[in-house]
Design a protein around this ligand. Structure first.
Ligand code: SAH
Length: 362
């Protein structure tokens, strides 16, 4: 069992150097080569633990493809463009993007596809679902060629792990994972100046004792790398994720078999995620000299780029069942009671004016 291996790993780490930073514990639980959750086979889909938007309907990927094609045209159709997906799961989103691009913009659709993926078993699944394309896999962003990059990430940043701090009435202190008979969260040392800055704690006034804040070091590192790349070589990066717009709150959650689970005792066997702080990504991108647009709700984004019209086009009057399934999928993706408001969409592009479709605020 992966959760037992995680427990042994964590106990060993804690005995060597004390209670763990939560982001380190989450990263090990998800991607450690010996027991990381993403190395298990069936995790995404109705047979797995959770379903993601591209798995709900092909319309998600097709509309993202149409959106990227629009930005590509606005960027003067760079001939050496790259397509890229971060954390492609089963490869469904990239496959649907490609089938839309093949219709809308065949030249763009032939761009090489770069995938950022650490899981070997998911790479195998992606190899099958994307067999018609030229694909390159990477563990991280560092080896992406210096060319215009049109990238997307759905439910990737929420898997990068997050650290927490808790206010004791006077100071912010680290919140860490310890083990004594069972896992427990403990209050650790006071945050130093650099850590307070990383958590953006100086912006907070009059907090109640016990308030928890979050900061994801990997999110900042990766969004800075992407922003620098896009500033220098052009392109665009579309981010879709569970979102919030500040650092406040304990948002760590785990899911197993489509149900909430306790994160630490199930680590290795459950998906552990957190809500992405889009304001933090925006600050990071702007500091790196690129532009961040949004976040806007998934509901508003997909409504603006025409999900209802797309469903109407696909609806086949001969088959009421298919039609019902299509409109149920639209509802699932954009209704506030499902994914519509929990999920947010943001865009990184080079500095400039104007708002692309999807991000209009009126
Ligand atoms: N985007 C897909 C899958 C989301 S699950 C979908 O919408 O269906 C998260 C994905 O990110 C998986 O493919 C997982 O293996 C990958 N992943 C998680 N942490 C990662 C990391 N640190 N580096 C690279 N890939 C990671």
């Amino acid at each position: 069992m992966s959760s037992e291996k995680f427990r042994e790993w964590a106990k060993n780490e804690i005995s060597k150097s004390g209670p763990l930073r939560l982001s380190d514990a989450i990263t090990a639980a998800l991607i450690h080569p010996d027991f990381g959750y993403y190395h298990l086979k069936e995790i995404i889909g109705s047979e797995g633990d959770f379903i993601t938007a591209p798995e709900v309907s092909q319309m998600f990927g097709e509309l993202v493809g149409a959106f990227l094609a629009y930005i590509w045209v606005q960027s003067d159709r760079p001939a050496n463009s790259l397509l890229c997906e971060f954390g492609p799961g089963r490869g469904t989103l990239s496959a649907d993007i490609n089938s839309a691009l093949a219709q809308i913009s065949p030249q763009f659709s032939r761009s090489p596809l770069h995938l950022i993926e650490t899981s070997t078993s998911l790479r195998e699944i992606q190899e099958t679902s994307l067999r018609r394309q030229t694909v390159f896999w990477h563990d991280d962003f560092k080896k992406i060629p210096n060319q215009p990059l049109f990238a997307v990430a759905n439910e990737f940043f929420d898997a990068l792990g997050v650290n927490q701090a808790i206010f004791d009435g006077e100071n912010w202190r680290h919140r860490l994972l310890d083990f004594d008979m069972h896992f427990e969260l403990v209050t650790g040392p006071i945050l130093n100046k650099a850590e307070l800055k990383a958590f953006n704690a100086f912006s907070l006034k009059n907090q109640d004792k016990g308030t928890i804040i979050e900061y994801s070091p990997k999110t900042v590192q990766i969004s800075a790398e992407i922003a620098l790349h896009i500033k220098q070589f052009g392109g665009a990066f579309l981010i879709v994720d569970y979102g919030k717009t500040n650092q406040i709150g304990d948002t760590i959650q785990a899911v197993s078999n489509h149900k909430p689970a306790e994160p630490w005792s199930n680590a290795g066997n459950a998906d552990i995620s957190h809500w992405v702080d889009f304001e933090c990504i925006k600050r990071t991108v702007e500091n790196a000299g690129a532009r961040f647009i949004g976040p806007i709700s998934q509901s508003k984004f997909f409504t603006q780029i025409g999900i209802k019209q797309r469903a109407q086009m696909l609806a086949n009057s001969e088959s009421p069942e298919i039609n019902r399934a299509l409109f149920a999928a639209v509802d699932r993706l954009i209704s506030p009671t499902h994914m519509g408001n929990l999920f947010q969409v943001g865009l990184i592009i080079p500095v400039g004016e104007g708002l692309p479709p999807g991000f209009q605020t009126e």
